[in-house]
Design a protein around this ligand. Structure first.
Ligand SMILES: [Zn+2]
Length: 431
């Protein structure tokens, strides 16, 4: 199936006419700091100013606009293991809706407004400077350029003069970054926002992204006894090292499976002064897990989760504790900070075919649909809400979360064409 030449030309021409808006509005959003409050930046506020600007823009574009406040207990309500407590005071999603013709099949565009922090950023993080065919600054690649791609794709579709009975939804969400675990996106699912298909714009490298690994975060608290070494104190660091060495074997094992799954010790915290024997140490691990592992857990009646990985982790900690007399009496405790499931959308799904068709028709060099390693909000839309989801992003992977972020203007334009064409293909049921 191919798109008609007339449709491709009409949509592409429309997108080209929004090129200046695409650049200017991306730069404007970069100049509005929306650093995630959990970024570690002392100056970080909230996404609010960016969301206010976005709401105004959507209204100008004739959308029906609503805001969705993220409830503080969003993870409890949705029964997803997520970071808690998490402060969502005055942090809300902005949702725009348009009806084309008589309305009908619907597509949801999802992207996030928050960015990572700016510590170590070289130059002015919020310059939004346009130079060398690029837009520079924190959030340009991840993911404000993509957010504006969504707006342009919708405008192009609305003004291309093609008959279409459909509904379009764009959601600009909060709290994707900095361990946010998709709290914003999840809140929209709890609010019942549904669609027949979703294009998640938070991505890079212009290809149909059909899924992601899961990721689970473990915290291990290891206990000692404070005091002077001569008076029977027990050093929690010594005990934590034993736990770490036992878990190293699991790290090796996970690196050896196909496809390899990363397990990273990211935090090892203990101690106050050299003269004091510490009575507590904490280790935190991020463990990525594969679709097959979630499937195995589900088959075992444990739900679509990292339950089997978690059981292995806990049993390793328990076994090492058993062989150490102190730890046998004062066992380390394992807690789970988050368990974010993996997802994969079948190549046969119309939304995936539409994305492929969109890239082809937009003249983007063909890349096969593939999942990405990192977790992203698309998982909640796919698994929690059951909406078939594909990622289409124009970001530059190598610059996301780095000290010098930019996005290529030509990539944004190409992605806007591809997204608009994909939506058209999906909505007109040319698939
Ligand atoms: Zn992102």
């Amino acid at each position: 199936m191919a798109l008609s030449r007339q449709a491709v030309e009409a949509i592409s021409k429309q997108v080209e006419s929004y090129r200046e808006f695409l650049v200017d509005f991306t730069a404007e959003l970069v100049r509005i700091p929306t650093v995630n409050p959990y970024s570690g930046d002392a100056s970080a506020r909230r996404e609010t100013p960016g969301q206010q600007r976005m709401a105004r823009q959507l209204e100008q574009m004739g959308a029906k606009v609503e805001t969705v406040q993220v409830p503080d207990d969003v993870f409890v309500r949705s029964q997803v293991v997520g970071p808690a407590p998490r402060d969502y005071t005055n942090r809300y999603n902005v949702v725009g809706r348009w009806t084309l013709g008589k309305g009908g099949r619907s597509v949801l565009l999802n992207c996030h407004m928050d960015t990572v922090g700016t510590a170590g950023y070289q130059g002015a993080p919020f310059s939004g400077e346009v130079l060398d065919g690029r837009i520079w600054g924190r959030g340009s690649t991840d993911s404000k350029g993509n957010l504006v791609v969504g707006l342009v794709a919708i405008e192009a579709l609305r003004h291309a003069g093609l008959p279409l009975d459909a509904d379009l939804i764009l959601e600009s969400v909060v709290d994707e970054e900095c361990n946010g675990s998709g709290g914003g996106t999840l809140a929209n699912r709890l609010a019942g926002i549904q669609a027949n298909g979703c294009i998640c714009l938070d991505g890079t490298d212009l290809y149909p992204c059909i899924g992601s690994n899961g990721v689970v975060t473990a915290a291990v608290d290891v206990y000692g006894k404070a005091g002077h070494a001569a008076s029977g104190a027990v050093n929690a660091i010594d005990k934590a090292v034993m736990v770490k060495l036992a878990l190293d074997k699991m790290v090796e094992r996970r690196r050896a499976i196909t496809p390899p799954q990363n397990m990273n010790l990211g935090i090892f915290r203990s101690g106050t002064l050299p003269a004091i024997v510490p009575d507590h140490a904490r280790l935190e691990y991020n463990i990525s897990y594969a679709l097959t592992e979630a499937q195995a857990a589900k088959d075992a009646g444990l739900g679509w989760s990292a339950m089997l990985v978690r059981q292995e982790f806990e049993s390793i900690v328990q076994s090492i504790a058993k062989v150490d007399p102190w730890m046998a009496e004062h066992p380390p405790t394992v807690s789970w900070i988050k368990d974010l499931y993996p997802f994969q959308t079948s190549l046969d799904e119309p939304i995936v075919k539409a994305a492929q068709l969109g890239y082809r028709a937009a003249g983007v060099r063909e890349k096969q649909p593939a999942p990405m390693g990192a977790w992203f909000d698309g998982a909640h839309i796919s698994i929690y809400a059951g909406i078939h989801t594909v990622g289409m992003g124009a970001g530059v992977m190598a610059t996301a979360h780095t000290s010098c972020e930019y996005v290529q203007i030509d990539d944004l334009v190409a992605n806007a064409k591809a997204v608009a064409l994909a939506m058209y293909a999906f909505l007109s049921e040319e698939l």
